[in-house]
Design a protein around this ligand. Structure first.
Ligand SMILES: Cc1cc2nc3c(=O)[nH]c(=O)nc-3n(C[C@H](O)[C@H](O)[C@H](O)COP(=O)(O)O)c2cc1C
Length: 265
């Protein structure tokens, strides 16, 4: 079992210690290969907004750095922990840069085999926003998000009171248990309503734009996702009500896209 931690802090500080605690809890139960990617130590450049990855494919990205190596590491892992401190109420700049460089995956999701755990740490404010944001991105990339955990730290106020330490420990235990359960299960759980909606929201533009958006169109066609009877990215049972809601959302979006195409030519 391979676990990869994408660490959005430059330092081995509070977030890293929380990830280490999760490692200890999991390694008490099963043997795992554990790897940290400290985003501050790899070569990762800012996205330049050229749209090449969206339009032609990521293999044409003009930036030569470690991004594709990191993508491959996520492919090779069974579980990925996305870990970041809260900076100014959001993910750290390092984590945002990592996400931006993988934005094309929002159009071409892929990590359906991998389980994810989302981890953050903060002095006081912003945990919920960070967890919500990372949950959105990571789910859209295809991961099954099995646990989300935010721990409190004291940045400049000395040691944490004992009750905070206990709370953090309980949260880390619960998150590690949920992650471990999903890793052991291996199979994909049924998609929730939002997951099914993401499938249909993604399919509407690809289906309508077709060859106007060649890289997305080829990817979706190759996966068989444009076939009418497809209900989700992978073959798992989909709640019929979620399917019906997703279908309505897709129908509405396709209508709007067709109207826009008619008007702009
Ligand atoms: C630049 C910067 C911005 C921060 N912004 C916030 C914030 O918005 N809310 C908060 O509660 N803590 C904030 N903090 C505190 C960190 O989130 C907190 O100390 C975190 O545990 C640091 O994680 P690390 O030790 O893994 O780097 C900030 C810290 C730094 C350095």
């Amino acid at each position: 079992m391979k676990i990869l931690v994408i660490m959005g802090s430059y330092r081995k500080g509070n977030t890293w210690h929380a990830a280490e605690r999760i490692r200890e809890i999991i390694q008490e139960k099963i043997p795992v290969e554990w790897e940290y990617v400290m985003l501050g130590d790899v070569s990762l450049d800012q996205c330049r907004g050229c749209y090449t990855c969206f339009a032609r494919g990521v293999e044409y990205c003009p930036i030569r750095d470690d991004a594709s190596r990191l993508t491959q590491k996520m492919h090779d892992a069974d579980g990925v922990i996305f870990a970041t401190p809260v900076y100014a109420f959001q993910v750290s700049g390092l984590m945002k840069m990592f996400i931006d460089r993988h934005s094309y995956i929002c159009h071409r999701p892929r990590f359906f085999r991998q389980k994810a755990l989302i981890l953050t740490s903060a002095g006081m404010v912003g945990i919920d926003d960070v967890l919500k944001y990372l949950d959105l991105v990571i789910r859209i990339w295809g991961f099954e998000v099995t646990a989300k955990v935010g721990v409190y730290s004291h940045a400049t106020m000395g040691p944490l009171p004992a009750y905070r330490v206990r709370e953090n420990e309980q949260k880390l235990q619960a998150a590690a248990a949920a992650f471990l359960e999903a890793l052991r299960r291996g199979t994909r759980s049924k998609p929730g309503l939002m997951d099914v909606i993401f499938f249909h929201v993604g399919r509407a533009p690809v289906g309508e734009l077709g060859e106007r958006s060649p890289a997305d169109y080829k990817y979706w066609t190759d996966q068989g996702w444009l076939e009418k009877e497809k209900r989700y990215f992978v073959d798992v049972p989909v709640n019929p009500l979620y399917h019906a809601i997703g279908g309505i959302v897709e129908w509405y979006l396709r209508r709007r896209i067709r109207k826009d195409i008619r008007e702009t030519g």
